[in-house]
Design a protein around this ligand. Structure first.
Ligand SMILES: Nc1ncnc2c1ncn2[C@@H]1O[C@H](COP(=O)(O)OP(=O)(O)O)[C@@H](O)[C@H]1O
Ligand SMILES: [Mg+2]
Length: 379
């Protein structure tokens, strides 16, 4: 059980800044996902937690103790890498038993733990095979098993699922989540995959070019992105961004976009009054656009330009003047190319970003989160 505190940490390689002034607190029992595109400094950050890399500046604390100069072996952390380093001459059982044996753990207790870990990871039938007789996914599960047998203070995982095929990746995601629930070991998990982040994290920290842009729960990151880069990185297909304006009509904010006026919920506030006077970027997620006419006023319409059926849902690219907007429809909706259809963005999930800085302009803290039980109550 541990908490981690990263305090104004920098890591430079010569003139290159890999991690820039990172400040991040990880609470005991968190499953923190460090998310960002390749090269943004995730692995470097993780290696600094493991002690494999030292910060150029700043402090790292584990359970309140500064660990900057504590060697990896004395940090009680277990790290799982993207490339799983197994002993090729040992069986799966041998690989799993190696660590406990080196640590001189009780043999009977180790045997029982190996049985449990093997069951959880689906390795029971494979205990007598050598790594060369395993698929990539199976090898990765052995690597995870070794880390699990440690029961360390801290789990550090660097893209551990990226070599697996899609089906196994999905399965391993839920395995890791339920393992984390059961063991409660603070985990820092690095990935560039926003789906992994959204599905596994208790908190996400999202980085671009060495800098932390936002840290929060998956719901906060998705529903209240701090800036346009976070907004565009999370969610597939990506959030639509259109040029527009924000104004106040005396009672509420209105977003003007594509020649259309959208009154926004009263609870939304604009953080920067000066933004009401200049062009902004208006954002709407494809999943927040209904292909229906609005109940009043002239409908916003677009021409169907591209149809992507996914089965349960269909993503449609609509041409509106010189702009293209992606919207989601039910997979059963029938559409034809060139057809003109109405579209209605959900005003509650309209976003606005500063054109220059990309900062989110709408303060959404007044909005009530929609829970299923709220919906039941109001039904
Ligand atoms: N040992 C190193 N020497 C020089 N540059 C490095 C070293 N390790 C990482 N970098 C650079 O630091 C940046 C961040 O790298 P990394 O932490 O591996 O990113 P990520 O894991 O997010 O892909 C990259 O530009 C990378 O080239
Ligand atoms: Mg990396």
């Amino acid at each position: 059980m541990s908490s981690v505190s990263i305090d104004h940490v920098w890591r430079r390689f010569g003139t290159q800044i890999a991690v820039e002034d990172l400040t991040l607190d990880i609470a005991d029992g968190d499953f923190l996902v460090l998310l960002g595109p390749s090269g943004c400094g995730k692995t470097t950050s993780l290696r600094m937690l493991a002690g494999l890399e030292s910060p150029t500046e700043g402090e790292i604390r584990i359970d309140g103790r500064i660990v900057n100069d504590v060697p990896p072996g004395e940090r009680d952390v277990a790290m799982v890498f993207q490339s799983y380093a197994l002993f090729p001459h040992m069986t799966v059982h041998g690989n799993l038993a190696f660590g406990p044996r080196m640590r001189r753990e009780n043999r009977a207790a180790t045997a029982a733990k190996i049985t449990d870990v093997a069951t959880v990871l689906g390795l029971t039938q494979l205990l007598h095979r050598k790594p060369s007789e395993l698929s990539g996914g199976q090898r990765q599960r052995v690597a995870l098993g070794r880390a699990l047998l440690r029961q360390p203070k801290l789990f550090l995982m660097d893209e551990p699922l990226s070599n697996l095929d899609a089906a196994l990746r999905g399965q391993m995601r839920s395995e890791l989540v339920s393992l984390h629930r059961r063991l409660g070991i603070t985990t820092v998990y690095v990935t560039h995959d926003q789906v992994e982040a959204m599905t596994m994290a208790t908190r996400i920290a999202i980085m671009f070019e060495g800098k932390l842009h936002q840290a929060g729960t998956p719901a906060t990151i998705f529903d209240d992105p701090a800036n346009i880069r976070v907004a565009r990185f999370i969610g597939a297909p990506r959030m639509n961004i259109l040029p527009g304006f924000l104004r106040h009509d005396g009672t509420r904010l209105v977003a003007d976009v594509l020649g259309h006026s959208m009154p926004l919920p009263h609870a939304l506030r604009c953080r920067d009054p000066a933004a009401l006077l200049r062009a902004v970027s208006i954002g709407v997620r494809p999943t927040d656009i209904a292909l229906q006419a609005s109940p009043s006023g002239d409908p916003l319409t677009g021409v169907v330009e591209f149809i992507e059926p996914m089965g349960s849902e269909t993503f449609v690219t609509l041409r509106i003047g010189e702009h293209a907007v992606v919207a989601r429809a039910s997979g059963r909706t029938r559409m034809t190319l060139g057809e003109r259809v109405p579209l209605r963005p959900d005003p509650e999930f309209v976003y606005a970003f500063d054109l220059e800085t990309g900062t989110a302009l709408l303060d959404r803290s007044g909005l009530q989160p929609v829970s299923v039980s709220n919906r039941l109550a109001s039904a």
